[in-house]
Ligand binder design. Structure first.
Ligand code: F6P
Length: 365
């Protein structure tokens, strides 16, 4: 029976458990054996009990749970060849030749490096006498399939990453709570949200809560943003608004790439005459149950990932499972990573129009 491994890697995201559940159950339903790799790549490097066969019932109750129940880690060992050699040895020992990884672009790139190196790693294991040529015979090719799990929604080639809608929902609920107290005191709030270098969470939270001003890295405010922001906020106040909400992405900067901090915005609004507070939402944005969309997305994508493993040929490039215009599709993993890096490059080159265009459709419109 074919053995398929599943792991979660990088920052956790709601829906990762749904993905693990779907991969495990689809694997078993396809007549294969499912293995969970615990604590991300660290589990692959450490082997032993960190790689365990799992049955249908072992993933009961996973669908709604936040975080990742099989653990995750940012693993330094796997970045070194020595670590990857250990990982290859552990996989041969367990008889696993296919990995489905749910993580961000860094985790998925690492997986593809492992796939490319695989034949050389096997050769080295044989040369070191750690495995016999007969042992590696059935494991000539390593199959890698990526599932994008991240609250940031920062991966190109997919409309949504697993976890981003749960996080967005949590942010909106938090902003709604802040609205109530802000209105009561006629205060202004600067709310900082996560997203690393991506402004999707900030932008969509701003749209969904009717924020007065939003700051995202892909479309920084103009040179005179301070006056512009105060003018807009003043106009809204004159229209009768009792509260002011400014949403700042954690990666926000001005057009010269100078970081814009929430405290800087707060000081400005205070000087303008508004009683202002800062709320940094932090990791509450990442925890909590998965919303319906993430349960659905992770389940459909997890099932598709197993299909992709079973249909792969030795020449198939590693795919990433995406959702594009509401359809679950396979895209070339490396191309998705390349396009994702292009956004960062465009921002670095201060070509913000290009950065916006490279982001998903909702940014470009
Ligand atoms: O990538 C997910 C994310 O939550 C980002 O939004 C944030 O910048 C980062 O991870 C925080 O990482 P950590 O949990 O390691 O502080």
């Amino acid at each position: 029976k074919r053995r398929i491994g599943v792991m979660t890697s990088g920052g956790d995201a709601p829906g990762m458990n749904g993905a693990v559940r779907a991969v495990v159950r689809m694997t078993i339903a396809s007549g294969c054996e499912a293995y969970c790799i615990y604590e991300g790549y660290q589990g692959l490097v450490d082997g032993g009990d960190m790689i365990k066969q799992v049955e249908w019932d072992d993933v009961r109750g996973y669908l709604a749970e936040g975080g990742t129940l099989i653990g995750t880690a940012r693993c330094a060992d796997f970045r070194k060849r020595e670590g990857r050699l250990k990982a290859a040895r552990n996989m041969i020992d367990k008889g696993i030749d296919a990995l489905i990884i749910c993580g961000g672009d860094g985790s998925l790139t690492g997986a593809d490096t492992f796939r490319k190196e695989w034949p050389a790693l096997l050769k080295e294991l044989v040369a070191n006498g750690q495995v016999t040529p007969e042992q590696i015979e059935p494991f000539k090719h390593l199959n890698i399939v990526g599932l994008v799990g991240s609250i940031d929604n920062d991966m190109s080639s997919t409309d949504a990453t697993i976890g981003c809608y749960s996080s967005l929902t949590r942010i909106c609920e938090s902003v709604d709570s802040i609205d109530a107290t802000a209105r009561s005191h006629q205060r202004a709030f600067v709310i900082e949200v996560m997203g690393r270098h991506c402004g999707w969470l900030a932008l969509m939270a701003g749209v969904s809560t009717g924020a007065d001003f939003i700051m995202i890295p892909e479309n920084p405010p103009t040179e005179n943003w301070k006056e512009e922001m105060c003018k807009i906020i003043g106009k809204h106040r004159k229209l009768g608004k009792r509260k002011t909400i400014v949403i700042v992405a954690e990666g926000a900067h001005d057009i010269n790439l100078k970081k814009i901090t929430s405290n800087e915005v707060k000081d400005l609004l205070s000087e303008y005459g508004l009683d202002t507070r800062v709320t940094t939402l932090g990791h509450v944005q990442r925890g909590g149950a998965a919303v319906a969309y993430d349960r659905m997305l992770s389940t459909l994508q997890g099932a598709e990932a197993v299909k992709a493993v079973l249909e792969a040929t030795p020449d198939t490039a590693s795919p990433v499972i995406s959702i594009v215009e509401n359809k679950i599709v396979r895209k070339p993993l490396l191309e998705a990573v390349r396009l994702t890096h292009e956004v960062a490059e465009a921002i670095e080159a201060k070509d913000f129009a290009r950065a916006m265009k490279l982001r998903d459709a909702e940014f470009a419109e």
